[in-house]
Design a protein around this ligand. Structure first.
Ligand SMILES: [Zn+2]
Ligand SMILES: [Zn+2]
Length: 313
């Protein structure tokens, strides 16, 4: 945990929980709602449940693979889903980044042990023969997009044995992505942006149950419950554009509380009227069957490149 507490100090005197009247630990301006510790925890769970129900993400009799990075979002996601009674298994992909990957894995494992949950671990080194550091040398530009592609591919592959794959994308992530996609009219991405994408042949169902919660709300939940999570960012991480968009939305939110959630939900509601997410233009990769727009998917092309460059064959 970082040093500064997220529990807000009040210069306007003590605040009372709107539900029980006890001392509040937080005031959520978007909802004009002050809550005590207990009712804050309840609030977060209800938000997740509301998101799941609203977008018909998953049922309690279905099995969920939770993609766990060890960061606050995925840890909170796993915790809440488990608390709500969903059938969950964790999945951790060790990317082979010195220090960072092993530390993240330890945290994810510690969390799983605390709650008696199962964590599946996969090592990129076992799959490709190399980790992200080596891959960043053979790829141009930032390794993040490569890393993103690898994660999507392997998480999807692991998720095919389950009814759904859950990821920790939150309201800030999704609204800033939406903002960027609209600014540049990335219509293809806009079409695919939805909190649930149905199973399609070799693509697992993808769900984003934290869609109605902000970064701050998630961090506070992790802090209040003292959930183990990794605070360090990936040493390769860039994402400057996303941070920039997040900053802009935060500025708007401070002036007009509740804008982020209205922006994102408004998009989903309006989009449902004219277009549903579809994957019809995709066809199976010649090598592995993963749905892609090319003959051979990016993962298989990367694998081939690695085998040639590192003489692993
Ligand atoms: Zn209360
Ligand atoms: Zn492939």
């Amino acid at each position: 945990m970082t040093t500064a507490s997220l529990i807000q100090p009040y210069n306007t005197g003590p605040m009372k929980c709107k539900i029980c009247g006890k001392e509040a630990i937080v005031k959520l301006r978007s909802y004009n709602l002050a809550l005590c510790r207990e009712h804050y925890i309840e609030f977060v769970k209800r938000r997740v449940e509301k998101g799941i129900k609203k977008f018909k993400m998953v049922r309690k009799d279905e099995r969920i693979l939770v993609a766990v990075s060890g960061g606050k979002d995925s840890i909170v996601l796993w915790h809440v889903l488990n608390e709500l009674g969903y059938d969950t298994t964790g999945y951790f992909l060790n990317l082979g980044i010195e220090g960072f990957s092993d530390e993240s894995q330890e945290v994810a494992q510690k969390f799983a042990d605390m709650f008696g949950l199962t964590l599946k671990v996969e090592y990129l080194r076992d799959v490709l023969g190399v980790g992200i550091p080596e891959l960043s040398k053979i790829s141009r530009g930032k390794p993040c997009s490569l890393c993103g592609m690898i994660k999507r591919y392997l998480i999807n592959r692991a998720g095919l044995e389950f009814d759904a794959v859950a990821t920790g994308h939150n309201l800030d992530d999704e609204s800033s992505v939406l903002f960027g996609n609209i600014l540049h009219w990335q219509t293809e991405y806009l079409e695919r942006q939805y909190p649930v994408l149905p199973r399609d042949r070799t693509l697992a169902r993808k769900i984003k149950p934290l869609i109605l919660l902000t970064n701050y709300e998630i961090k506070l939940y992790a802090e209040v419950l003292n959930l183990p999570h990794i605070v360090d960012k990936c040493p390769f991480s860039g994402g400057a554009t996303t941070h920039f968009y997040k900053g802009i939305l935060e500025t708007i939110e401070n002036e007009m509380p509740g804008t982020k959630v209205r922006f994102l939900l408004g998009f989903f509601e309006n989009k449902a009227g004219f277009k549903v997410p579809q994957t019809r233009h995709l066809k199976p990769c010649k090598k592995c069957g993963y749905l892609t727009t090319a003959e051979v998917c990016s993962f298989c092309r990367l694998k081939e490149k690695v085998e040639n460059q590192f003489n692993l064959r």
